[in-house]
Design a protein around this ligand. Structure first.
Ligand code: PAF
Length: 285
């Protein structure tokens, strides 16, 4: 595995792949890899000839007062994990390589970025502008055939699919299922912030989603019933969510009942960690 820090070198290393008919898979990450990332790396390894993982804690997607400084980082550990998964290239650029002095472009996706995590009282659409700008750059730098993202960030995945469609970026976006600990907690680098007691409380998120699924399985499809089953689990764990919403899994429009593929998304603060989780009710995307 080669570790690369500059765009120039990344392009040089990847240049021979395309004429040789070798496919490139890109797994964009902010590092501190967990089994959710490993699942993305494995999928990329199965499907592509050359696998690139990027490690870049993207300052543009953190708002003032968010956890940019505290965000966990351990490049040596990430490199060992990536190498063990057969990754070919680890791309870990410094911030000034991605945002050189004078950088002044932002890529924004409308509508989808203004609800849930993008609502003004949540992280705001600027969060997604940071994500879509850096993802556009990473896709332009690596020119992958396929890029891999996790379903845990369901809204991010929809936004990125829209981004590549709207900008005609020639890449297939593959979204892989959320990976969970055996007790249901969705894996996240931010779980590193949780004390053991907070980790127990955090189980309220996945249990809320499972309770909603049980309501739907029992034939109760109205939003009020589904949301109150979920909320009861959050209450039982002492969690006051930042949002708990039912929306169309296709375009994030509000849903007043589970009808086809419906996204139930939750965000909550547990201790220092802001956690998100989701499930698709009544179908698949
Ligand atoms: O999902 C993430 O880790 C980040 O949002 C991403 C896609 C790597 C962009 O910085």
């Amino acid at each position: 595995m080669r570790t690369i820090r500059t765009v120039h070198e990344l392009r040089e290393v990847l240049a021979p792949a395309r004429p040789a008919g070798r496919s490139i898979g890109l797994v964009p990450t902010m590092g501190f890899l967990h089994d959710g990332h490993i699942a993305l790396l494995r999928r990329a390894r199965e499907q592509c000839d050359v696998v690139v993982v990027s490690l870049f804690v993207n300052p543009a997607q953190f708002g003032p007062g968010e956890d940019l400084e505290a965000y966990p980082r351990d490049e040596a550990r990430d490199a060992a994990l990536a190498e063990a998964e057969g990754v070919d290239v680890l791309f870990a650029p410094p911030a000034e390589e991605v945002y050189p002095p004078g950088f002044g472009t932002s890529v924004t996706v409308a509508a989808l970025t203004e609800v849930l995590d993008g609502a003004p009282e949540q992280r705001g659409s600027e969060h997604f502008a940071g994500v879509t700008t850096v993802v556009t750059k990473l896709l332009s730098m690596a020119g992958p055939d396929v890029a891999y993202f996790g379903q845990k960030d369901a809204q991010q995945a929809l936004v990125i699919r829209k981004l590549v469609r709207d900008l005609d970026i020639p890449v297939r976006i593959e979204v892989c299922p959320t990976v969970r600990d055996p007790d249901g907690l969705a894996l996240s680098s931010r779980n590193a912030y949780l004390s053991p007691a907070e980790r127990d409380r955090a189980l309220g998120l996945s249990r809320a989603l499972r309770a909603a699924e049980a309501e739907v399985a029992a034939g109760r499809l109205d939003a009020a019933g589904v949301l109150s089953a979920a909320r009861a689990q959050l209450d039982a764990h002492g969690i006051d969510p930042e949002y708990l919403e039912l929306r169309s899994a296709a375009d994030l429009s509000p849903a007043d009942r589970v009808n086809g593929s419906t996204l139930l998304a939750v965000a909550a603060r547990v201790g220092r960690a802001r956690l998100i989780d989701n499930t698709i009710l009544g179908g698949t995307t």
